[in-house]
Ligand binder design. Structure first.
Ligand SMILES: NC(=O)c1ccc[n+]([C@@H]2O[C@H](COP(=O)([O-])OP(=O)(O)OC[C@H]3O[C@@H](n4cnc5c(N)ncnc54)[C@H](O)[C@@H]3O)[C@@H](O)[C@H]2O)c1
Length: 351
């Protein structure tokens, strides 16, 4: 159903318009010079002071509206790094204008919204890449490589922890703009769960009474039943004072032939086959290795636009991550009753 890009076959420079020049938008823009043939040409931010500051820092003009940005003849692709609830409208508008889309995670706050974006990209024949950058962090990438090589056989159980402090206020505390706890940053770990155990069939979730005055639960546990039979779980909070630099993101995975654990903050990976030796690796990076991973995701965007390679995360995978978040939200409201992914609006036709 979804495109993922048909490629324009061209080797020429791809002009990028940045929509949303806040914290992560600027981080993405700062990595563009490290990707040959991607060039930031203009930006728009809803906040004029933010737009002006980013324009000065990045050396490109700020437009007064999204429309002005997407109508510029030198823009062929957009990066959308705005509050979650705005992704769908912005992405659909840019796709209709014929632009390739790099959308920050989560693709949208509802499965239906995520599906509307992928459908718009498919209809317009443009590439869609979603910023599930955690797959490309050195520790996670190495762990996924080991799992793909079969070091623990077939993965059957995965337990994840994601703790990150919510240090900012504003839209990130508001349900209407942000969504719910799993939408960020824990959606990265949802994506990893799905990457390791395959598509989800059911989700059950419970939330604790809130610690912080925000509009969604700040402590939750989810249990995922996967179509292939494995079980996954994720514990997430934005209210743990005890976290590693950059946040805590760790996992233990059990497979038919062994176990593997990784911790993105400390760089540690351990794995052991049944009756085998314990193998330890420590991957040394800057905090999480995020800058290089951002370069890698933008490189994937360029290559997908050109039709040289599939995006590192497919549009359908991005929908599935949003669906797990939505199912968890619904399950919390049902005091933990399981919610079937296939029943969510937007999942029709996705196998
Ligand atoms: N991949 C990662 O590791 C990572 C890390 C942080 C944030 N993010 C994602 O990046 C996105 C932005 O997060 P952030 O931390 O940069 O937030 P932010 O608040 O720092 O920046 C958002 C910017 O969007 C602007 N904005 C709001 N509505 C807009 C609109 N309709 N059009 C244009 N601009 C608009 C705001 O003025 C603000 O400057 C979110 O999707 C978030 O989840 C990803």
């Amino acid at each position: 159903m979804t495109g993922g890009g048909q490629g324009d076959g061209s080797r020429s420079t791809i002009g990028i318009g940045l929509i949303g020049a806040g914290s992560f938008g600027r981080r993405l823009a700062a990595r563009l010079p490290s990707v040959p043939d991607l060039r930031l040409v203009a930006l728009h931010d809803a906040h004029p002071d933010t737009a002006a500051a980013a324009s000065a820092a990045l050396g490109v003009p700020a437009t007064v509206s999204v429309r002005e940005l997407i109508e510029r003849p030198d823009v062929q692709a957009v990066i959308i790094a705005t509050p979650h609830a705005s992704h769908a409208e912005l992405a659909i508008g840019a796709a209709a204008a014929g632009h390739h889309l790099f959308v920050e995670k989560p693709l949208a706050v509802t499965t239906a919204g995520a599906r509307a974006i992928t459908d718009a990209a498919h209809t317009a024949g443009v590439t869609l890449v979603v910023g599930h950058v955690t797959r490309l962090l050195p520790v996670a990438a190495r762990a996924l490589e080991l799992l793909d090589e079969g070091v623990i056989g077939r993965p059957l159980g995965a337990w994840m922890i994601r703790h990150q402090p919510l240090t900012r206020r504003g839209w990130m505390t508001r349900r209407a703009d942000f969504g719910m706890l799993l939408h960020s940053p824990a959606v990265h770990n949802v994506d990893l769960l799905l990457r390791i155990l395959g598509p989800a069939r059911t989700v059950s979730a419970l939330a604790a009474p809130p610690i912080q005055p925000i509009e969604y639960p700040d402590i939750a546990s989810i249990l995922v039943g996967h179509e292939a039979g494995g079980v996954g779980s994720l514990g997430a909070t934005v209210s743990d004072p005890l976290f590693s630099p950059g946040g805590t993101s760790s996992a233990r995975i059990v497979g038919s032939e062994g176990g593997l654990a990784f911790d993105i903050a400390t760089g540690r990976i351990e794995h052991q086959r049944i009756d085998g030796e314990l193998v330890r690796e420590v991957i040394e990076t800057e905090v999480w290795g995020l800058d290089d991973a951002v370069t890698a995701e933008l490189t994937s965007f360029r290559d997908a636009i050109r039709g040289d390679a599939a995006p590192f995360v497919s549009p359908v995978e991005a929908i599935r991550a949003v669906a797990v978040c939505e199912a968890a939200d619904r399950s919390i409201a049902l005091e933990g009753a399981p919610v079937r992914i296939a029943d969510l609006p937007g999942m029709g036709g996705i196998s």
